[in-house]
Design a binder for this molecule. Structure first.
Ligand SMILES: [Zn+2]
Ligand SMILES: [Zn+2]
Length: 217
């Protein structure tokens, strides 16, 4: 498996190209801008794009979806809850407010535990509500793409409509720190002191996790 982390858009979003080196089949996670640069990257690597995967429905993560769908024929994938929520007019208006293209409905709607395959790789969707009700982390071969659920040293905001801090903490407790400690964390924004982390490092240093671990001891 090959992972390329690309900083895109004007909100320091990390987009990820993940592909299988043998079959050259790949996915893009949160292609949030710089679409021409991403298409160029696919071309240079010779990748056939299978899926455009969104960790959640916020427009700063989905604004490249439509251009990429048209250019590559890849299928857009999102958790069903966020797919419904962000098609509502009050949410698609956000994208226009940000000056970006709103994403259309997903081609593939996923639920917790669903798996999709590309080349020799399988991605598994872990529903982690909190930042949005349909937020997901995506697990591929020991790497976890956490979107805005978990950043290096922080978590995503929970002051936006549909968000819940309580749910987010519960998702960290029950869905993320229960993974093997050496699971690599690939966050949805470049907000930390380094671009990636591990479950173990976050358990030792992320205040949102250490605080509740302390409480329990
Ligand atoms: Zn977000
Ligand atoms: Zn974000």
């Amino acid at each position: 498996m090959k992972i390329e982390q690309v900083l895109v858009g004007n909100m320091a979003v990390f987009c990820y190209l993940v592909y299988d080196e043998n079959s050259k089949e790949g996915i893009l996670i949160d292609p949030a801008g710089n679409v021409q640069q991403l298409l160029q990257l696919l071309k240079e690597r010779g990748i056939a794009l299978r899926y455009i995967v969104n960790t959640h429905g916020h427009p700063d993560h989905t604004c490249g979806n439509e251009q990429l769908r048209k250019a590559t024929g890849a299928l857009a994938v999102m958790h069903a809850i966020d797919d419904d929520l962000f098609q509502k007019p009050e949410f698609s208006g956000w994208a226009r407010m940000l000056g970006v293209e709103p994403a259309g409905p997903a081609d593939v709607r996923v639920q917790d535990g669903d798996e999709l395959t590309f080349g020799d790789l399988t991605m598994k969707f872990i529903h982690t509500p909190g930042h949005t009700p349909g937020a997901c982390c995506i697990l591929i071969d020991g790497s976890l793409f956490t979107g805005d659920t978990l950043f290096v040293g922080a978590v995503g905001r929970t002051d936006l409509p549909g968000a819940s801090f309580e749910q987010l903490i519960n998702s960290l407790k029950t869905r993320i720190i229960t993974l093997p400690p050496d699971t690599i964390i690939w966050p949805g924004h470049d907000y930390g002191d380094r671009p990636q982390s591990t479950v173990q490092r976050e358990m030792e240093t992320n205040p949102y996790i250490t605080d509740f671990l302390d409480e329990e001891n």
